[in-house]
Design a binder for this molecule. Sequence first.
Ligand code: MD3
Ligand code: FE
Length: 201
Amino acid sequence: MTQMMSIRGFDIYKGLLSSEEQSALVDAVRDVAKAAPLFSPMTPYGKPMRVRMTSAGRFGWVSDRLGYRYSPTNPEGMAWPDIPAPVLDVWERVSGSTRAPECCLMNFYGEDARMGMHQDRDEEDFAQPVVSISLGDDGLFRIGGKERGGSTESVWLNSGDVVVMGGDARLTYHGIDKIRFGSSRLLSKGGRLNLTLRVVE
Ligand code: MD3
Ligand code: FE
């Protein structure tokens, strides 16, 4: 059953995706990761991030000593695979946008991975929403305000949940504090997958 809740302008569709849809998404992610292997991006401080990533679409997310940016090629210099059809379907259902997403960033969280509080502001048009799909183990999602610091609220994201960040919420600070490793059986070796769909240009 789907239930929508809004927290600080984030629309969270709990349980939007059936287990069949979730499995189809995982298969699609596996195909992307075969063509464009997961890697640990380097932070500007020279420390690898704990989250492993890859992308699909015209642009993917890379980060190295030059900093973070969208790039039309992966770290091995190859174009990213196309965004899989079942992923595009989710965008069509919930984004409310007339544009197509140009990047599907795929984040994989192992047992100790987390993502610090940050804003997503490397896209050109903040009027375009970001759509997030959670798969696998539960993740504790923390939502702050438009400035660093200040109060925050947390919500567990479970496999099959979809979050839409649009309008005023687009520049909100957010992060993943921890995952509940082994809480889902969707991924045989455990861990959490998060897909974010973005319009970049
Ligand atoms: C709010 N990913 O990839 S998804 C990210 O679960 C990212 O992997 C987290 O933050 C994850 O940048 C959280 C929810 C999310 C994604 C993008 C946003 C929230 C957002 C962009 C703008 C505002
Ligand atoms: Fe983010």
